[in-house]
Design a protein around this ligand. Structure first.
Ligand SMILES: Cc1ncc(COP(=O)(O)O)c(C=O)c1O
Length: 390
């Protein structure tokens, strides 16, 4: 398509920090105290409130949070973690980095989340944790997963990087797990720029994560200045994975606009669902079962490849030619070179993931998107799939 035919440009992702977040970060920068202090503590409290969690430790990223949780529960070589191959690489990276073995369970083809029957089959005497992912912000099947984990006495660690805005049977996803980890990376529904939080009712796990994130030390500089005096000890293996005061300050500002942003995401998703409803011959839309509230981090459609004369790549290229940036969330882990080498050709045993991996396309979704942008994206989708119909 010629450039002149592009009537609009729609990015896959765009971020407008709130004025409150910018003010809060500026005040912190001017305060002269940038390492973890009162803003980090206030941010932990605010997120625990949002997620109805008893304890929370702010960390540098969700990836480091997952890694520290695994260490805190005793993950090591010889132990296995059952998880989904349909996820961001950070989930798997955390398991591999502590030396544990990754065991994949296939996904439910409709929700794209791990299939509980697969989890049941894959748990062994060596399983140290089950790690579901709420893909795109859609809650995993927590009722079934919890039953299985309780019966088998295996802790559930939720990679809820996407799911801060989600609800499962009316409650935040962290109410169903032993530990949940969320992400505040720049593209997430609530961002600090970079960051993560470990949430749990188990105080010992959260305390261990907090200490390990600061070199295993019993106190940080702020505590030594304001409360404990100079003395300190190292009581855990150390990592440098704490959240900084500036990141927490940004997050605190974003907390204030979070519900507004979520409402906008829900409106936009509803608009997409309505606009694309007639294209059922060519694509499958995200599901939202009655007992779930989607967190709408991502809007992922699935192309019916058998009804189209084009592949996913061509679809994405044609969208780009019309000014619309799309993404792919995700390439299955077993298709990434390093992990294919490390874990072997597991794809053939995970047919639902392999199939989803060939046909998923992520459409733009963020609070700053206009309804007219959604209309335009949907017009482009309709035009491309109808032209390519078999
Ligand atoms: C499912 C999932 N897990 C983990 C992560 C890692 O998050 P972070 O960038 O905060 O480490 C991401 C990041 O996008 C993710 O999508």
């Amino acid at each position: 398509m010629a450039k002149s035919k592009i009537s609009r440009r729609v990015a896959l992702y765009d971020l407008k920090l709130s004025s409150g977040a910018i003010r809060s970060a500026t005040q912190t920068l001017e305060s002269g105290w940038l390492s973890p202090g009162p803003k980090v503590a206030a941010f932990e409290k605010a997120i625990c409130g949002l997620m109805q969690a008893r304890h929370g430790a702010a960390v540098a990223s969700a990836t480091s949070g997952l890694e520290l949780v695994l260490l805190a529960i005793g993950a090591e070589p010889g132990k296995e973690v059952v998880t989904t191959p349909f996820t961001f690489v950070g989930t798997i990276e955390a398991i591999v980095s502590v030396g544990a073995t990754v065991v994949f369970g296939d996904i439910n083809p409709h929700t794209l989340n791990i299939d509980p029957d697969e989890v049941f089959r894959k748990i062994t005497d060596h399983t140290i944790a089950v790690m579901p992912v709420d893909i795109a912000g859609y809650p995993a099947d927590y009722r079934m997963l919890k039953k299985i984990c309780d019966t088998k006495r295996v802790p559930m660690i939720g990679d809820s990087a996407h799911a801060i805005g989600a609800r499962y049977r009316g409650k935040p996803v962290s109410r169903y797990t032993d530990v949940s980890v969320i992400s505040f990376h720049a593209t997430k529904n609530l961002t600090c720029g970079e960051g993560g939080m470990v949430l749990s009712r188990h105080k010992a796990v959260v305390d261990a994560v907090r200490l390990m994130s600061r070199h295993g030390l019993t106190s940080n500089a702020f505590q030594r200045r304001t409360a404990t005096g100079w003395e300190y000890d190292a009581v855990y293996p150390g990592f440098k994975a704490n959240m900084s005061e500036v990141h927490a300050a940004i997050g605190l500002g974003q907390v204030r606009v979070f519900e507004r942003d979520q409402k906008r995401r829900r409106q936009l998703a509803a608009w997409y669902l309505k606009n694309l409803a007639d294209l059922g011959d060519y694509l499958e839309l995200p599901v939202e079962e009655r007992h779930c509230r989607h967190g709408w981090h991502l809007f992922i459609i699935r192309l019916h490849l058998s009804r189209l004369r084009i592949k996913r790549d061509t679809f994405i290229r044609r969208m780009a030619e019309r000014g619309v940036e799309c993404g792919v969330h995700y390439k299955p882990i077993f298709e990434l070179s390093y992990y294919r080498q490390l874990l072997g050709a597991t794809g053939q045993y995970l047919p639902n993931t392999a199939y989803a991996g060939r046909r998923v396309v992520t459409l733009p979704l963020y609070p700053g998107l206009a309804a007219a942008d959604v209309d335009y994206v949907c017009e482009c989708v309709a035009d491309i799939v109808k032209t390519a119909a078999r």
